[in-house]
Write a protein that binds this ligand. Structure first.
Ligand code: XMP
Length: 518
């Protein structure tokens, strides 16, 4: 079988917020790429043996004495190197050019004039002037010996440089950002023409490779998977089913805090359509009993987490021949925990997954998505036959409606919220707005307000609608949904659900508000 990791590029991370984007763009070109921090043990650079290296941007300055250096092992590989932003400046500085700090920061769109289209830019469909995305203060003011200037902008006369003998290239702008015209073509040219990589990183090849690896790891043993209905665990289930069929056993915990019909949908998709072995643990009463009288959000989260593990553990202990536990860890989790371990993480995300490895079980891990970005996980999910709607669903928190019912969680509140949420999502889909927002949901507020429905006075709780636009869920803007649309959702919720007196729309962004209300 073809080795889909053979043609690979290394992305050396100097701390840019766009580093993961570079790796994704390279993979979209069908080329495997991995990210390593710039201060990684250099022997790993050598042993990774890439066909080319891309140096990312970063927040530091090469003009200060202790700025990050390019490890000598990168040059020693003897492969092409592309420096982006800080990466270009580091190349220029280290190879005998000059970098100067400038008060004129260039941020946002800039016009790049291509002055030489014979090397990195020779694969472009049009040359001349391109709109590109800049984000820098320092700039290269003299290229090192052996380099030519191949592009310039108003504030960066040396905006692109090339040494076509050693195959070293530098771009002051960010080709990985979609605002950079033909940026993907530049990266593609570097990967294919300059580094000589093929195009074997495709969804079908990724699936075939994962299937082979899982079979080799698992042999004839059994694998346990906690299926939540979320994207990652769903794709793991579909992939493992393809690889080992009946040796996979899934446990789906229905905690009574799921979306409308979600439990039935999970069972339908996996058990009925795909033929996966799924054990459904109906634990609504257990969860609701444990939550009775509890209003504090952190305490609610802890209880839901604890009961989840108890239920999962009880189900798992009835499966004596299980030797592996499967998890939906994906590549950004791996990068972030590596960053956190080395203390060099720029963004430390709080991981708040419910559950975890039951401590009493001595199980080895199967993590078939460890190398994949979320968009790759989604693509292989669709290739494996999962419904598009499931794979492209908005994120849903592990503690479910437990964090969307403010105050005490009761069965009645969960039922009201489930119906309101379903109406909101249904209307978003009908109006073709679902995919224009990153996350949308309803929240149950335990305050009664007065309303009039028909001739009747109604004194009932309030529902809040929340919809946000975001890229990374670390910051978010409230979605400017059309008034007429919100009006329609509001009137359906009040007319169709008896236990609601009024509907409000949340116009808070993050920060200072979080996405969930808790
Ligand atoms: P916040 O509310 O912190 O949410 O702005 C950011 C994103 O994380 C999701 N979220 C969770 N996801 N388990 C999860 O898997 C959780 O406990 C959890 N809490 C919040 C939230 O829905 C949003 O997408």
């Amino acid at each position: 079988m073809q080795d889909i990791h053979a043609d690979r590029l290394l992305i050396l991370d100097f701390g840019s917020q766009y580093t993961q984007l570079i790796a994704r763009r390279i993979r979209e070109q069908g080329v495997y790429s991995e990210i390593l921090p710039c201060d990684v043990d250099p022997s790993r650079i050598t042993s990774f043996a890439p066909k080319g290296v891309i140096l990312s941007g970063g927040p530091e300055s090469t003009t200060v004495a202790d700025g990050w250096k390019i490890p000598a092992e990168v040059y020693a590989l003897g492969v092409p190197v592309l420096g982006i932003c800080y990466g270009m400046q580091a190349l220029a500085q280290e190879l005998g050019g000059l970098v100067e700090a400038s008060d004129l920061r260039e941020f946002g769109h800039a016009d790049l004039t291509i002055t030489n289209d014979q090397s990195l830019f020779s694969g472009l469909s049009s040359t001349g002037t391109l709109s590109v995305w800049m984000s820098h203060g320092d700039r290269v003011t003299r290229v090192p010996p052996g380099f030519d200037v191949i592009g310039s902008s108003a504030h960066a006369p040396i905006a692109a440089m090339a040494d076509t003998k050693r195959h070293y290239y530098g771009l002051q702008f960010h080709p990985e950002v979609t605002h950079s015209e033909q940026g993907t073509a530049m990266l593609g040219y570097f990967a294919h023409q300059v580094c000589g990589c093929g195009r074997s990183w495709t969804p079908q090849n990724i699936i075939d490779d994962a299937v082979t690896q899982v079979r080799a790891q698992v042999g004839d043993r059994h694998v346990l998977l906690g299926l939540s209905g979320g994207v990652d665990s769903s794709v793991v289930a579909a992939l493992l089913h393809r690889a080992i069929g009946p040796q996979l056993v899934c446990v789906f915990v229905d905690n009574g805090l799921l979306r409308l019909d979600e439990g039935d949908q999970v069972m339908q998709t996996f058990a009925e359509h795909l033929g996966v072995r799924v054990i459904r643990a109906n634990a609504e009463t257990l969860f609701l009993d444990a939550l009775t009288g509890v209003s504090d959000p952190e305490q609610k989260r802890k209880i839901i987490g604890r009961v989840f593990i108890e239920v999962f553990d009880a189900e798992a202990s009835r499966l004596p021949d299980v030797a592996f536990l499967a998890q939906g860890t994906i590549y950004p989790d791996v990068i972030e925990s590596a960053g956190a371990a080395s203390g060099k993480a720029h963004v430390i995300k709080s991981h708040h997954n419910v559950g975890g490895l039951p401590e009493t079980m001595q199980l080895a891990l199967v993590e078939p998505l460890r190398e994949l970005f979320k968009d790759e996980v989604r693509e292989i999910g669709v290739s494996l036959g999962l419904p598009r709607e499931m794979v492209y669903r908005h994120p849903f928190p592990g503690p479910g409606l437990g964090v969307r019912i403010l105050g005490e969680v009761t069965r009645a509140a969960a039922e009201t919220l489930r119906l309101a949420d379903a109406i909101f999502i249904d209307e978003l889909r009908r109006a073709n707005l679902y995919d224009t927002v990153s996350q949308a949901f309803a929240v149950f507020l335990p305050v009664n307000s007065v309303g009039v429905v028909g001739d009747q006075r109604r004194y009932a709780p309030v529902i809040a609608l929340r919809a946000v636009e975001t890229i990374d869920f670390m910051t978010a803007r409230w979605a400017h949904l059309p008034y007429a649309f919100i009006e329609g959702v509001s009137s359906r919720i009040i007319n169709e659900i008896e236990g609601v007196s009024r509907v409000v729309y949340d116009v808070s962004s993050k920060p200072p508000a979080t996405i969930e209300w808790e």
